[in-house]
Write a protein that binds this ligand. Structure first.
Ligand code: PLP
Length: 432
């Protein structure tokens, strides 16, 4: 399998190159030269396949010859070694819980796969790779945990001081070893701007091999297909019609992975992309015109994105044909008041506690089903305990810390406080 740059001004590369470099030299996103279809044998065996078998079959098509089969099997098995329960909330709606991994959010899957790929590609290399990542909360924790102890890779995480939740901060700052947290006196946008500038800085790139760990990277984006397969396999044990799937979306990497799975043959009736007040994509669906905006802050802050990087990949899958896109996907915006009301309403009616991102998706899915009929599930992308300020206020009680996360509170935060200034960060990076 080869990958081309969506800017079409860079040479085609294999999976290994795309994973190590993240973005193409022409600043385009890499995209597979074709969307591989899974074989009839695969679909005949699908109902009884294990997660590991599904994971290997799906990823093999994208990884190609870049990783030998036995190594890929190990990487897949380590990536998905936790549960992906599909929990029924009410008559027509289930929740695909993606928060049973080590950092309680779906980004664990992509981060674990990518870190293990880079670990494999870096074996025996003299130079270290530095993964530089800006986070509004969940990405940093998943990346830190995924890359902890991976030889030949250093991780530097920039996070906005005082703007992540207590659990998120502990996940970022207590790893030690090859993980460093830079606590930036500024906003998430400041962190992201510094990271972008670092990738462009010739001087810095002469001294360090820098790569990104967000969903631009194919090694983080593509394995997110796997839980769509796991969920649909479970779905057909209960229902005989394909599900409607609703994905709370920010950078659109997660939903775009689901669409790739559907293009490979996975039965999905319809996708709903649920957004918060950052509604540039819902506006595109309403009008056919796409215009990026400045991000606005909401209570579902992992989706506060004004110009989603993966939207170009969705356009590419459908040759930018508006009618084909809108046939398979709908997109709506849900504001903060409605999100809170949804958390409250669902909790009091069913006892199920949604996090703000899952609540945006619940509302979008329930509106879609009320209008069009059918059954479906939403992707519950994070555990509600990661957003205690909002959720505990709305439901009026504390959310217990999951057993697996309690150890975090015994650890000591270690961060380097730094001003929101590229030169300061550059100086710090070069001094390491
Ligand atoms: C990152 C994140 C999202 C958005 O995912 P995208 O792939 O950027 O669309 C949604 N929910 C949570 C909890 C997240 O951490």
């Amino acid at each position: 399998m080869q990958y081309y740059s969506l800017n079409k001004k860079a040479p085609n590369v294999d999976f290994a190159y795309a994973a190590v470099h993240g973005q193409a030299p022409d600043k385009g996103l890499y995209f597979p030269e074709f969307v591989p279809k899974l074989s009839q044998e695969f679909w005949d065996a699908f109902p009884t396949m294990s997660k590991e078998e599904i994971g290997f079959a799906v990823m093999k098509n994208f990884v190609g010859e870049s990783i030998p089969n036995n190594e890929l099997k190990r990487i897949v098995a380590e990536t998905i070694n936790f549960d992906f329960p599909l929990v029924k909330i009410d008559e027509n709606i289930s929740s695909l819980e993606l928060f049973h991994g080590p950092t309680l959010a779906f980004k664990d899957v992509g981060a674990r796969f990518m870190s293990r790929c880079l670990g494999y590609f870096n074996k025996g290399k003299k130079e270290n790779t530095t993964v530089l990542v800006a986070t509004s909360g969940d990405t940093g924790g998943a990346v830190a945990n995924g890359f902890l102890g991976v030889e030949g890779v250093n991780v530097v995480i920039l996070y906005p001081s005082g703007k992540v939740s207590p659990i998120q901060e502990l996940q970022l700052t207590t790893c030690g070893q090859n993980i460093t947290a830079l606590e930036v006196n500024g906003s998430f946008d400041d962190c992201q701007a510094i990271v972008k500038q670092a990738f462009m800085d010739e001087d810095l790139n002469k001294h360090l091999t820098l790569t990104s760990a967000n969903s631009i990277n194919v090694a983080r984006w593509l394995p997110q297909q796997l839980y769509y397969f796991f969920a649909v396999q479970k779905w057909f044990k209960k229902y005989n019609e394909a599900p409607i799937i609703c994905v709370p979306s920010g950078n659109f990497g997660n939903i775009c992975a689901g669409i790739m799975a559907q293009q490979a043959g996975l039965p999905v009736k319809h996708f709903v992309a649920a957004c918060n007040a950052n509604d540039e994509v819902p506006k595109y669906f309403a009008t056919g015109n796409y215009s990026p905006q400045m991000a606005v802050a909401t209570i579902s802050n992992a989706m506060d994105v004004g110009d989603p990087s993966n939207f170009v990949r969705i356009l590419e899958i459908f040759n930018a044909d508006y009618n084909s896109i809108t046939e398979i996907i709908s997109s709506v915006s849900v504001d903060d008041e409605t999100t809170k009301a949804t958390i409250k309403e669902v909790e009091s009616r069913t006892n199920y506690v949604l996090d703000p991102h899952g609540a945006v998706a619940y509302k979008a899915l329930s509106d879609y089903i009320n209008a069009n009929g059918g059954n479906g599930f939403l992707l519950e992308t994070a555990h509600p305990v990661k957003f205690p300020n909002v959720v505990e206020e709305v439901i009026g009680r504390q959310i217990p810390i999951p057993e697996d996360a309690k150890y975090l509170f015994e650890k000591k935060k270690e961060s380097t406080v730094i001003n929101a200034d590229f030169d300061a960060v550059k100086k710090w990076l070069l001094s390491k």
